[in-house]
Design a protein around this ligand. Structure first.
Ligand code: FE2
Ligand code: FE2
Length: 467
């Protein structure tokens, strides 16, 4: 059956998008949106071949009734549904000979109301995913918190029975799946095509989600199916999920279990000693370096450096992996984005006043404290994390320790993080010779110098191609 073509008219972008979304998720249809009645009429003059029009009643530039009158005058038979916020005397407004079938949907509307109205006007049942969620799901829910889960991640685990929601705005989330139904490959593709990056779970369903997610990610199937790079991609997504869950829920037993699992898997990957230049090429494809990209790049960099320095025994890799994935865990996305600016201002002695300053200053100690309570987290990880913003000249924080007072793995971590930030800032177009030269004075002390040299060594091939 051919796709139905539906016009959606509303001067409020948000409501228009919401209606179009509900329609496309529920029917085999294509929607065309207009922000005013006059724009919709202009389109209908050119092309009257639509199956349905859903329009707001009151709009500044040509309201709903004008579309109705146009259809009536031109004898165009397209059924209409009006979204109305007020009581309307239908007999009066739609008086005269009516060749247009009309229904009214009162605002605020629920998904169900939209779906059932469209079903009756088009005389087709809704075949697909957007089930009739309770009315409250489409309206304000200030009490309920939602936690994002990357679509990409859902793609890896494929089926999840915890109810998933889509975010319309900060207050509006719509439920996509019923408890018992699963998230299918088809649903996934649909949202990918719509450029949706995350779906959401409700915070009260988080424990259930973690249990289910753990079961699925622990299944070695996933890990066997994907090779080295998608696996590090998966770790990246996992890391982000852990951070988002823990920000909302704190560290529950099951979440700690999930963290441990993620860390073990990350360790398995770095143990295969992926080549740094190869790793970097993969990371060059990343357009935006957020918290998760940064953390997973650091896993590769710190462990790569350990291999180069010939200290890559299992316990050391474990420490570096754990420190990399956990060190910025206590920052939100906004705080993470501001972190570098704030850190630079701290080093220059000119505090960059920002609402995130306090969190940035506190995050090394907070994250260090967190992993001190985790049995699976090896000692020294807390030290590396605590010291990750120190610098050789003693201008860092929280304690302003100098190179000789820092743990050797902290020194390694600091150099790796400096390089990771340079990598992100230069959008992957790295000039290794420049980096080494510009850091030679900063890392002149022996502890640091050895590490900087090792970094240079591991990129030798790249330097040669650059020059
Ligand atoms: Fe960091
Ligand atoms: Fe940090």
């Amino acid at each position: 059956m051919a796709k139905k073509k539906i016009i959606v008219v509303d001067d409020f972008n948000e409501i228009r998008e919401l209606v179009a979304f509900i329609l496309e998720a529920s029917f085999s249809c294509e929607t065309v949106q207009f922000s005013s009645g006059n724009k919709a009429i202009a389109e209908l003059k050119k092309n009257p071949f639509y199956d349905l029009i859903i329009s707001d009643w009151n709009m500044p530039d040509g309201n709903g009734i004008e579309i109705f009158k146009f259809l009536k005058d031109q004898k165009i038979q397209i059924p209409m549904a009006f979204l109305t916020g007020e009581e309307i005397d239908q007999n009066e407004t739609l008086s005269g000979q009516v060749n247009v079938e009309v229904k009214f949907i009162p605002k605020p509307f629920s998904n169900t109301q939209i779906i059932s109205t469209v079903e009756s006007l088009l005389a087709v049942p809704s075949p697909t995913t957007l089930q009739s969620a309770p009315h409250t799901d489409a309206t304000t829910q200030s009490q309920v918190e939602y936690i994002p889960v990357r679509l990409q991640l859902l793609g890896y685990i494929k089926e999840i029975t915890t109810p998933l929601y889509i975010k319309i705005n900060n207050e509006k989330y719509i439920r996509l799946t019923q408890d018992e139904s699963s998230f299918t490959e088809e649903t996934l593709k649909k949202y990918q095509a719509k450029n949706v990056t995350s779906l959401y779970i409700q915070s009260q369903a988080a424990e259930e989600f973690i249990t289910e997610y753990k079961k699925r990610t622990l299944a070695t199937k996933i890990w066997n199916e994907i090779d080295e790079m998608p696996a590090s991609q998966f770790i990246k997504l996992n890391t982000e999920l852990l951070r988002d869950l823990s920000n909302k829920l704190g560290w529950s037993e099951s979440l700690i279990g999930l963290a441990a699992d993620n860390l073990t898997k990350a360790l398995q990957i770095v143990s295969t000693h992926p080549k740094l230049s190869h790793v970097l090429r993969q990371f060059q494809k990343i357009e935006h370096f957020g918290f998760a990209e940064h953390s997973s790049l650091l896993v590769m960099l710190t462990c790569g450096l350990a291999f180069q320095l010939e200290i890559a025994d299992e316990p050391t890799l474990r420490k570096l992996t754990f420190a990399s994935l956990l060190h910025d865990m206590q920052l939100t996305d906004d705080e993470f984005e501001n972190q570098n600016k704030i850190v630079k201002s701290i080093h220059s002695g000119n505090y960059f006043e920002s609402r995130d300053l306090k969190s940035v200053l506190a995050h090394p100690a907070k994250a260090a404290e967190l992993c001190r309570h985790w049995d699976f987290c090896p000692g020294v990880v807390d030290t590396i994390i605590f010291q990750h913003h120190e610098t050789p000249d003693g201008q860092g924080f929280p304690t302003g320790k100098k190179s000789s007072e820092l743990h050797s793995l902290s020194c390694l971590f600091i150099v790796a993080e400096d390089f990771a930030n340079y990598f992100a800032e230069s959008f992957g177009n790295i000039d290794m010779a420049y980096f080494l030269k510009s850091r030679a004075d900063i890392y002149a002390d022996r502890e640091f110098n050895v590490i900087l040299k090792a970094l240079g060594e591991s990129f030798k091939a790249q330097i040669q191609t650059a020059s």
